[in-house]
Write a new protein. Sequence first.
Length: 452
Amino acid sequence: MKIWKKVLTGTVAMSMVAMMAACGDDEETDVPEDTDTDDTEQEDADEADGDDNEAAAAEDQEEVTITYARGNDATGSTDVLIEAFEEAFPHITVEYRDMPSDTGASHDQYVTEFSAGDSTIDVFDADVIWPAEFAQAGYVLPLDRFIEEDGIDMDAYFPGTVESGHFDGRQWAMPKFTDAGLLYYRTDIVDEPPTTWDELLEMAEEYAGEEGTEFGYLMQANQYEGLVVNAIEFISAYGGQVLDDDQNVTVHSPETVAAIEKMKEIVDADSSPSNILNFDEPATHTAFLEGQAVFARNWPYMQSMTEDEDQSRVAGNVGFALLPAGDAGSAAGLGGWMTMINRYSENPEAAWEFVKFMTGPEGQKISAMEGGLAPTIAELYEDPEVQDVAQLFADEEFVRTLDNAVPRPITPIYPQISDIMQIELSRALAGEISAEEAASNMQSQMESALSE
Ligand code: GLC
């Protein structure tokens, strides 16, 4: 495996740095001010960290096996990543454990294991919405000493992605890839993608059925985290906000009501699958790759899959664009994944080697090229090989999408906020309550959750 190195020169990467810096400003507030980390847990973590570093030399070339967990990888890039790592570090074997692709379901499994002090998993991928919660609960090791000892240049990463892993003055997670919602469309059916949600709905109804398609638009409307991201995109597009910058709940507004009503209109459209309320990302890419839909909302990973003729019937016929606009413009939800180390890991040194490799330029290049995952290291967007494999990374439209990315509500009780949204939005989309009721219920429930 060739070691990759390149100096950042281009304007695209520079503007991405600037844009992600802007995201970073938003994300910064994501790190709770609250510093009431359990002291005992904190000291234990410090101690573990210190012991680990001392053990480093002794452990040196000893054969070790570590377990790495991540949400189901539909792209196969993880195997390539592990193979490259094991080649570079022959004394470390990585066992890969597949977790549910639903971020909420894997979150709950990690919490169950880590809160019981289980040491099975050494390294794991964490959704950008988890690091503060996991750090505060004492589930993970702080990475600062490793970062310092190995001279990792954190400035090479998009600032927003670094901030997502920062909590209580320490770095708990290394940024692995970043995500932003995109509109995918069939270029053999549609000449120009829709620019507003009304236009999308119209075109979905008009074109469903063409070129063997059955459906118009696919989105993630199942009751899980993906629904929250889709809703945030609609709410922002219609000018609403769940929490304002001062953490006041502002979700009960005409803007949110309009957003939920638009989502409901799309769910009820004749051209939407009858089981759209069960759709998550895998259901979306499966149907889209089989050629069943004219439009789909998904993350960047789907772009390289669409071009892979082994799994896609639509290769050569797929374009991507900004998500359509509501009354206030277009908005993409901000997502992405970090890598963290279980504080009970028995092999933290080896675990760190793997984290460093995966989240460093060589590992991220593999994830970008094999898995279509958007790098968090700016200079990778200038790499001709990366650009060649995933046209997305060389595309200004995509850069604009990242520019628009909207973070989810920024609060230490994010899991509760997410649950409230998931439940109330699902009820509204199923027609059990009105959009107005959903917005009002979310408002009162969030207010009481935040005041606890
Ligand atoms: C993607 C995003 C993640 C988000 C999830 C929702 O994995 O990267 O941030 O929470 O989708 O399904």
